[in-house]
Design a protein. Structure first.
Length: 266
């Protein structure tokens, strides 16, 4: 990945253009996929970051599990809450005390992302991309990569959306590749990257519970933004063996429900 990341703009342009031609898509999509893959690879190659971050969300369904075809420019990451507090977040608390704990943990996460994690991510990405804290969202780090293709739809930027209030189990280790590496493996010294990712069975139940809540949304209240993706993701998951395995694991469903009631009461 690093060999290609440090090619000249013209050389990368040629690689991504030819890859796009062979895969019937646009060069900007191929380019962004390369930088998303490279970012994930560098994060989980770093010994410290691999211990405190976990990949989750829609991009994992496409990039790791190949379930969905929606291209995402965001990377959802769980931040290990042990770096933020010595307290056990899963301890029994009253509703009021749990709400205060959740708020304090989120406040600590903002400070940690700003004062500690940002520098670690900057070091891990090796200076090829610009790494900055988002100006509007304190839980987001933006990766601005050196784009070879202007595109009105795809920003030359990857958003790392980071939060501590998410479960780590079950998780798995997987290997991913960029489209360019799949198409022209001889141009890469290393075609694969290892990532730590939340198991798709948990993502299945998280999507189910989101849509269960949506089905019981009070009449007249607005649907939250970007919720259509959950319908699409669940429809695609329902066609896979991931669904079959998840339906046999009702204990995991119970865990998802209990976690949401504790950290995201509605």
């Amino acid at each position: 990945m690093e060999k290609v990341a440090r090619l000249s703009t013209q050389e990368r342009r040629e690689l991504f253009s030819e890859t796009a031609s062979r895969r019937s898509t646009t060069p900007a999509v191929i380019e962004k996929d390369f930088w998303v893959t490279r970012t994930l690879g560098r994060l989980f190659q770093d010994e410290q970051l691999a211990q405190i971050l976990m990949f989750k969300g829609g991009t994992s369904l496409s990039k790791v599990y190949g379930v969905i075809e929606r291209f995402s420019e965001d990377i959802d990451l769980i931040l290990d809450w042990s770096v933020l507090s010595n307290e056990d977040p899963l301890s029994e608390r009253s509703g009021t005390k749990q709400a205060k704990f959740n708020h304090a943990l989120n406040e600590s996460a903002q400070k940690y992302i700003r004062d500690e994690l940002l520098r670690s991510v900057q070091a891990a990405l090796g200076g090829v991309s610009e790494v900055v804290l988002d100006g509007d969202d304190p839980y987001v780090i933006n990766i601005r990569y050196p784009a070879a293709f202007p595109d009105d739809y795809l920003r030359p930027e990857i958003r790392l959306e980071i939060g501590p209030l998410a479960a780590w189990l079950p998780h798995e280790e997987h290997v991913i590749k960029s489209y360019a590496a799949e198409t022209f493996p001889d141009l890469f010294a290393h075609t694969e990257c290892n990532v730590n990712v939340i198991a798709a069975e948990r993502t299945f139940w998280e999507k189910v519970t989101i849509l269960h809540h949506e089905a019981h949304r009070p009449a007249g209240s607005a649907q939250p933004s970007r919720y259509s993706r959950h319908y699409y993701d669940l429809a695609r998951l329902a066609r896979t063996k991931i669904k079959d395995r998840a339906l046999k694991d009702l204990e995991l469903l119970e865990n998802v429900v209990t976690f949401k009631q504790k950290f995201y009461p509605r």
